[in-house]
Design a protein around this ligand. Structure first.
Ligand SMILES: Cc1ncc(COP(=O)(O)O)c(C=O)c1O
Length: 369
């Protein structure tokens, strides 16, 4: 049996009849930039995240960078985050002029370890970026409490956590602002690149609208330099259609995760993801820890199962950050995860038969190692 890691083609074909008429309208009107699809999607996504404002941008990376610029990060200002994330999180800090400060992660949730935050705070610290990794919200109440005590802001990297919930509140409404990615493979994916910022702060929302559009307050009146960072109508129209289906897709992901849990529980050699109490994760990825991870992945591939790695080299061990001189051993939990993690196929349309086949194959591989 073939089990893909992700199957966007079947999702796209089920949405053809909803998306194509909208794209035809855009083509006919030539309204590619801005317009009602962009504002309509912004309105819908803000509502879905229980946030006052949503500003659609070109990517999750732009969303993060624009938030940090709107918060007026200055050269040398320090921002605390984790080493087990996609590099966009830290690119945004550097590109906004800040200094990256890594801390280790919690061994159960793989999210930022709140007990390690205070030791990393210096007079130059301005904020914290927790990443809701794999779709599971970080421990936001504790993080926000620490931030308030030290007068810091908290920006959510919610790029993997569309509509995830923390204590009944939606990701995207838990900090001063949040960044979302709509990269095609995300739980809510565009048909190209797109992203968004959600915030309850009208000043941040205004700033991001200006930054995404070359610093323009109105046409050809630039209050600062900005970026070409808009989300186009083609993407917004597709996203508006997909947003309606997102709650049910997330539910299907949780259902798939529950089946993985049931079929893989108590298998020696497999560590399953832990679900934080009072959280509703959205399982952007289903990540297990196994020894001899590369060997296990190759064996799964040979059985027709696509597994993947998110992320095999922690950021502090990347060549891009060699000047930070952070040796192996600096963040032992993140390093161990990077060595052992393995992402199993996860998407809403995954069938019971496919999940059963993945689990049976995995058990056989682990037992025969
Ligand atoms: C945790 C995280 N942060 C940021 C990003 C960047 O988003 P984008 O690829 O839309 O720029 C991603 C997406 O890959 C991500 O997973």
């Amino acid at each position: 049996m073939e089990v893909p890691f992700l199957d966007l083609k079947s999702q796209n074909s089920s949405l053809r009849d909803e998306i194509l008429p909208r794209w035809e309208e855009i083509l006919a009107s030539a309204g590619f930039i801005g317009g009602h699809y962009v504002t309509g999607f912004e309105h819908g996504f803000a509502q879905a995240c229980n946030s006052r404002y949503c500003v659609a941008v070109n990517s999750g990376t732009d969303a993060l960078r624009f938030i940090l610029l709107a918060l007026d990060l200055q050269p040398g200002d320090e921002v605390i985050t984790v080493p087990n994330t996609f590099i966009a999180t830290t690119e945004a800090i550097s590109q906004a002029g800040g200094k990256i400060v890594f801390i280790d992660i919690d061994p159960l949730t793989y999210n930022i370890d709140p007990t390690k935050i205070e030791a990393a705070i210096t007079p130059k610290t301005k904020g914290i970026i927790p990443v809701h990794l794999y779709g599971q919200p970080a421990e936001m109440d504790t993080i926000n409490k620490i931030a308030a005590k030290h007068n810091l802001w908290v920006v959510e990297d919610a790029c993997q956590a569309h509509l995830a919930e923390y204590h009944g509140r939606k990701a995207g409404s838990l900090g001063v602002a949040a960044a979302f990615s709509f990269y095609p493979g995300k739980n809510l994916g565009a048909c190209g690149d797109a992203g968004a910022v959600t915030t309850n702060d009208p000043q941040i929302a205004d700033q991001i609208r200006i930054l995404r559009d070359h610093g323009q307050e109105k046409k050809y009146h630039h209050i600062s330099e900005g970026f070409n960072g808009r989300c186009d109508a083609i993407q917004a129209a597709a996203l508006q259609v997909k947003l309606k289906h997102l709650p049910q897709w997330n539910e299907a992901r949780r259902h798939n995760a529950a089946l993985y849990h049931k079929l893989l529980k108590n298998i020696k050699g497999i560590t399953l993801p832990t679900q934080t109490e009072n959280c509703l994760p959205v399982y952007h990825l289903f990540v297990i820890l196994v020894d001899d991870r590369n060997q296990v992945m190759t064996a799964l591939n040979e059985k027709g199962i696509s597994a993947a790695l998110h992320y095999p080299v922690p950021l502090h061990r990347q060549k891009a950050y060699a000047e930070m001189n952070l040796e192996e051993g600096s963040f032992p939990v993140a390093e161990e995860c990077a060595r052992k993690l393995l992402s199993l196929p996860m998407f809403p349309e995954l069938t019971k038969e496919q999940i059963t086949y993945v689990c049976e194959s995995l058990k056989e591989i682990i037992l025969n190692k």
